[in-house]
Design a protein around this ligand. Structure first.
Ligand code: URA
Length: 230
């Protein structure tokens, strides 16, 4: 790919700024000054702009530990900041999108990528990818409640698919669901006459936060990427 096109795709600089940066020798490819906008780059080439390093990769995969009060949209909403704010130190921030969003008050794992084909494949309703949530409910959950949540409950006009539950405490469970509906877990708890008081996403399929601190992001490892693209 041409260096100017690649840098433009990052949505950090305008075309005009990129041409100026190249003309003034602020752009390096593998430690050599890049003097032409039409210079070609290859996978894993190291590019630096103003001494900031960027590695050329076609696809980027990121795990983000989302705190409360950040919205899963690309723009701030009302008095909530966009999750993009948490990616300020990531050179690919403008390229990536969320695979499954979280509510503003739901925290922990967000998966981000610029691999659009993969996003479409993963979110397809026939692809049962389980997401596991830590759920705290306002009131105790009975065995019957857990059975209902596991087998099916009715939310809006729709019957939920098979879910899996691990009980942690009277009112605390880990709930794994494969579907993706707006406020799904909150609505599932309402369906058993209860209410979510805390909701964290622990994992998406086999991807976990590991030791990633709140507010931080990391690239997925090669093994994790193999898992998500397989
Ligand atoms: N279910 C919800 O209710 N909220 C989320 O953020 C995710 C799943």
């Amino acid at each position: 790919m041409r260096i100017d096109k690649y840098l433009a795709n990052l949505w950090i600089w305008s075309r005009k700024e990129i041409n100026k940066l190249i003309k003034e020798w602020w752009v390096f490819i593998n430690n050599e000054i890049c003097k032409k906008s039409e210079e070609k780059i290859k996978f894993n080439d190291e590019i630096s702009v103003n001494w900031e390093k960027i590695i050329y990769k076609e696809f980027i995969y990121i795990a983000l530990n989302k705190p409360q009060n950040y919205v899963s949209s690309n723009k701030d909403e009302a008095h909530y900041k966009s999750y993009k704010e948490l990616l300020k130190d990531c050179p690919y921030a403008n390229l990536v999108e969320i695979v499954w969003r979280l509510d503003v008050d739901t925290t922990w794992l967000l998966l981000l990528t610029n691999n659009w084909d993969l996003i479409h494949k993963l979110i397809h309703p026939n692809k049962d990818i389980f997401k596991t949530y830590y759920v705290e409910a306002k009131n105790s959950l009975s065995e019957l409640d857990l059975k209902s949540l596991e087998n099916w409950v009715k939310i809006d006009d729709f019957i939920t698919k098979k879910a899996y539950i691990k009980r942690l405490w009277e009112n605390k469970i880990e709930l794994s669901i494969s579907e993706w509906k707006f406020h799904q877990i909150k609505k599932m708890l309402i369906a058993v006459n209860n209410e979510v008081t805390k909701l964290h996403r622990k994992s998406i399929w086999k991807i976990e936060l590991l030791d990633l601190a709140e507010w931080k992001w990391r690239y997925l490892s090669d093994n994790e990427i193999k898992i998500v693209i397989s």
